[in-house]
Design a protein around this ligand. Structure first.
Ligand SMILES: CC(C)(COP(=O)(O)OP(=O)(O)OC[C@H]1O[C@@H](n2cnc3c(N)ncnc32)[C@H](O)[C@@H]1OP(=O)(O)O)[C@@H](O)C(=O)NCCC(=O)NCCS
Length: 114
């Protein structure tokens, strides 16, 4: 019915702790949209990454006009990143993307450690 996948991006260090940054990708067949399935699946994937895979930061991206996907990221506690992707060409059309992220302790990324 759909997928949630991670891909490793790079090794990172946050406040002295070393771990990974992962990109999340997700997709659901349209007939299942609007029932909260993806929010539930993505939350589970994020908590598994943080709790079992030494992931310190996750992020995901979608087209700026994909409000449904943006809403899913917000419902999972992700925040709009300070670092936004450059527009990309899809089928000859330049599209704006938006990036959301979450660090392990649930706060938006900040270079200032507690
Ligand atoms: C993005 C996607 C996974 C969402 O799945 P879903 O099952 O509809 O997600 P949920 O039901 O968990 O949540 C959808 C939310 O978007 C809201 N929403 C729907 N249409 C909306 C719109 N036009 N504007 C704003 N919010 C909208 C819903 O109301 C719901 O929020 P709520 O629970 O606060 O009411 C699905 O649309 C999909 O697979 N799209 C194609 C692939 C894709 O875009 N992947 C993301 C990029 S990696």
């Amino acid at each position: 019915m759909g997928i949630v996948g991670y891909s490793f991006v790079e090794r990172i260090e946050i406040c002295g702790a070393a771990g990974s940054e992962m990109e999340l990708e997700y997709y659901l067949l349209e007939k299942h949209w609007g029932r909260g399935y993806m929010t539930e699946a993505l939350k589970k994937a994020i908590s598994l990454a943080f709790e079992t895979a030494n992931v310190l930061k996750v992020f995901a991206q979608c087209h700026m006009d994909n409000k449904r996907s943006e809403r899913v990221m917000v419902k999972c506690g992700m925040r709009k990143s300070e670092k936004q992707p450059k527009p990309k060409e899809y089928n000859g059309v330049l599209k704006e993307n938006v990036r959301y992220e979450l660090i392990k302790n649930g706060r938006p990324y900040s270079p200032i450690c507690p």
